[in-house]
Design a protein around this ligand. Structure first.
Ligand code: DGJ
Length: 730
């Protein structure tokens, strides 16, 4: 059993393999946080909770109730009544007064985990997960908050979510409903988050936690290029192998806030949820609001353990696709090869050449529909442009299949171009504020997915294309952030529901898609990696990481992404040089080695690249087949970081049984007068012997990990090597 309730002490004990989370209930019924950290084995106590009660506990000292509320470690703090730290729930009553107070009402512990209505969420069998639901009540409002904690013992994860139910007589307005809160004592924490921009997504950032609030957030309607719905608090000196790490990750694809607050009493409050700005939700009597899920993990063994817990968890309990544990076809995408300038003949040329080198799928990117030859038209007109694709889509797909390749296609279903038949017919289908010209971004508006009729139309438009030909893969793109949130269908005063309703509409679309086409390989994308989040993983097993395919920039992007996400989820392609985004020239071999750490593919005009580069593709595709099972399913270890040392990068993937370990090393910057570099590898069985493939050299796991492995000297910048170690008894 992962969850126990100590009736007498009123303590909930939540145990994973390596961590314990304790919740206590005070005599008044406040539900407080006692502890999160290393696994505790003996019966827990609640004296830490009681410490906060004295001398301010309301039953003893009502005069200072505010001091109690402002310092008590709340499991789910509410706003408006005297806790001046960040609240998780702000509710207005029918008169517009904001305030609520929650007390323990009941609880339930059960095996398994319920689905979250309309939202992506983790899942697991009765043997894999156990759930605690604590029901809190505000008697005055007649409102209940159901705090849900699903404990995934093996993966050291607790999935948290909250459901607010209006059981009263009058309507309530929810102005903020966060999904999780963690009140802890400060341990001189540092905060790790991921930040960036278009073409440089998810760079790792670390900083000291200062007094006051430090947040990462998005109000762009998507999880965003700029910030990421992830936050970790770490103790000083934390690295890949040591240190305490408390991490939260949000299973949501829209506006979010992740915040740490260091308070006057040196306690830390970490919260995560849908951003309270531009959000409100009217809850009529009898209605419920389900907040999305937060994935919480603790590691007492540094960031490496945290990464592996997230990786295991997402592969096992978030990704549903049939491709999750399957080798994905090696694809070639024509975007960087042709941009909008292509026709069926060009695509077939690419397909023929690709087939010769072991590539398995052709993906037709943007520009095949309406009259689209540039980004200023036709989004919404999802019918094939027969001037480009002569004879129609099915003919092209059949021909590509005839060459021996599968076929994939690009859509941007959530968008509408002002210059489109769809917009001319339905100008009110785009989000717009009355009386204002909508703000354009990449020449396009956003469809109002809060409307069921729009969702239905979009779904049918996409599904019709997929039903008409043998299409095995869809790249679902989304190239602008949201603005001008006005909907002709939304009643006055409720427009702050739109951001969330949009995300719900998006989830419904993708749910329908994966239900009707369960064998489809779906890759989400958002102008590169602006919507790379666990919510989207629920629908697609891989997400396009970034429009930046430069091997060096990718080291940083993939290190940041790999901090939380399994390598199998990272869309990574070999592209041509000079790189289209940064103009850098890197060896074709290095581009291959870097892309191999993701869902491998190509993004170039294979008919035009040099003979020498083309000649390497066959070897790379063979390498993919050789190593992909390991890369997709293995344990990931970060060995060195170019982001930190500015010279070289290295990572390893070890099979679960530690029979083989693949190390990738990239020398970004050559250094003069350096003979060799010693790396302390990870992922080996200490007392086993490993042969380095292609050599007679045999090493012990312990030497490789503790004494180190010598990288032979290499000439030049941007050069790379793979080292494949195989256990001697394997
Ligand atoms: C942005 C994507 O990230 C690119 O790969 C490409 O599909 C373009 N959109 C097409 O417009």
């Amino acid at each position: 059993m992962a969850i126990y309730y100590q009736e007498q002490k009123k303590i909930f004990e939540l145990h994973t393999k390596n961590s314990t989370y304790l919740i206590g209930v005070t005599p008044e019924g406040y539900v407080g946080h006692i502890y999160y950290g290393e696994r505790l084995w003996k019966e827990a106590d609640n004296y830490l909770l009681r410490m906060a009660e004295i001398p301010f506990t309301p039953s003893v000292n009502k005069r200072e109730k505010s001091s109690f509320l402002d310092s008590f470690p709340m499991e789910y703090p509410t706003g408006g009544i005297g806790d001046y730290r960040e609240s998780c729930l702000n509710v207005r009553n029918g008169k517009g007064q904001m305030g609520s107070e929650l007390f323990y009402l009941s609880h339930e512990i059960y095996r398994g985990k319920k689905k979250l209505e309309g939202l992506p969420a983790s899942f697991g069998s009765e043997g894999e997960v156990e759930t605690l639901e604590i029901v809190l009540e505000d008697q005055i409002l007649g409102m209940r908050a159901v705090l849900s904690y699903s404990v995934f013992e093996k993966e050291d994860v607790i999935a948290r979510s909250v459901r607010i139910v209006n059981g009263g007589q009058e309507g309530l307005r929810l102005e903020k409903v966060f999904s999780a809160c963690l009140d802890m004592d400060n341990e001189d924490f540092e905060m790790i988050n991921l930040c960036g921009s278009w073409a440089r997504e998810r760079h790792i950032q670390k900083g000291v936690v200062r007094y006051g609030k430090q947040a990462v957030s998005s109000l762009r309607g998507e999880s965003s290029h700029q910030e990421h719905p992830f936050m970790a608090l770490v103790t000083p000196g934390t690295d890949q192998r040591q240190g305490r790490v408390y991490a939260m990750h949000f299973v949501y694809s829209g506006n979010f806030l992740a915040q740490t607050e260091l308070t006057q009493y040196d306690s830390v409050r970490m919260v995560m949820g849908i951003h309270g700005e531009e959000f409100s939700w009217d809850l009529a009597p009898g209605e419920a609001f389900q907040a999305p899920e937060v994935i919480l993990t603790y590691s007492g063994e540094g960031l490496g353990k945290m990464s592996r817990s997230f990786h295991d968890f997402y592969r096992k309990h978030m990704i549903r696709s049939v491709y999750n544990h399957r080798k994905r076809p090696i694809l070639i995408n024509n975007w960087e090869a042709t941009y909008f300038e292509f026709d069926n003949e060009k695509l077939l040329q690419i397909a023929r050449e690709a087939k010769k080198c072991g590539i398995e799928m052709l993906v037709m990117d943007d520009g095949w529909f309406g009259k689209r030859n540039f980004d200023d038209n036709s989004l919404g007109d999802w019918f094939v442009n027969e001037k480009k694709i002569k004879g129609g889509l099915k003919k092209l797909v059949d021909e590509v299949n005839g060459i021996g390749l599968e076929f994939g296609i690009w859509f941007e279903p959530e968008m509408i171009s002002p210059d489109s038949d769809l917009y001319r017919a339905h100008p009110d289908w785009a989000f717009k504020i009355e009386g204002r010209e909508g703000t354009m971004c990449r020449n396009q508006y956003v469809l109002d997915l809060s409307r069921a009729d729009v969702v239905d139309y979009v779904y049918e438009a996409v599904a019709k294309i997929l039903r008409g030909a043998n299409i095995r893969y869809v790249k679902w793109d989304m190239n602008r952030q949201l603005s001008d949130m006005g909907s002709v269908r939304m009643e006055a005063g409720r427009h702050q529901e739109l951001f969330h309703r949009y995300v719900l509409g998006l989830y419904e679309l993708q749910e329908r898609l994966v239900t009707e086409f369960p064998e489809l390989l779906l890759e989400n994308c958002s102008g590169g990696g602006a919507r790379f989040d666990p919510g989207m993983l629920y629908y697609s097993p891989q997400i396009w990481c970034s429009d930046d395919t430069d091997a060096v920039e990718r080291l940083i992007i993939q290190e940041g992404t790999g901090l939380i996400y399994p390598l199998s989820t990272m869309g990574a392609h070999v592209s041509d040089c000079p790189n289209h985004i940064v103009g850098r020239v890197t060896p074709f071999e290095t581009r291959g080695h870097v892309a191999l750490a993701g869902s491998f593919g190509y993004e170039l005009d294979i008919t035009k690249i040099s003979e020498a580069d083309r000649g390497m593709i066959q070897g790379q595709t063979e390498m993919y087949h050789k190593y992909n099972d390991l890369v997709r399913e293995g344990d990931y270890y970060r060995i060195a970081s170019y982001r930190e040392n500015h010279k070289f990068d290295a990572w390893a993937v070890a099979s679960r049984d530690k029979r083989e370990v693949l190390v990738t090393y990239v020398q970004v910057l050559a250094e003069p007068n350096k003979h060799s570099r010693k790396l302390h590898l990870q992922g080996f069985e200490a007392d086993a012997m490993y042969r380095l493939e292609g050599t007679e050299q045999v090493y012990s796991g312990e030497m490789l990990m503790y004494a180190g492995f010598l990288i032979e000297p290499m000439q030049g910048d941007f050069v790379s090597r793979l080292y494949h170690f195989v256990r001697e008894d394997a």
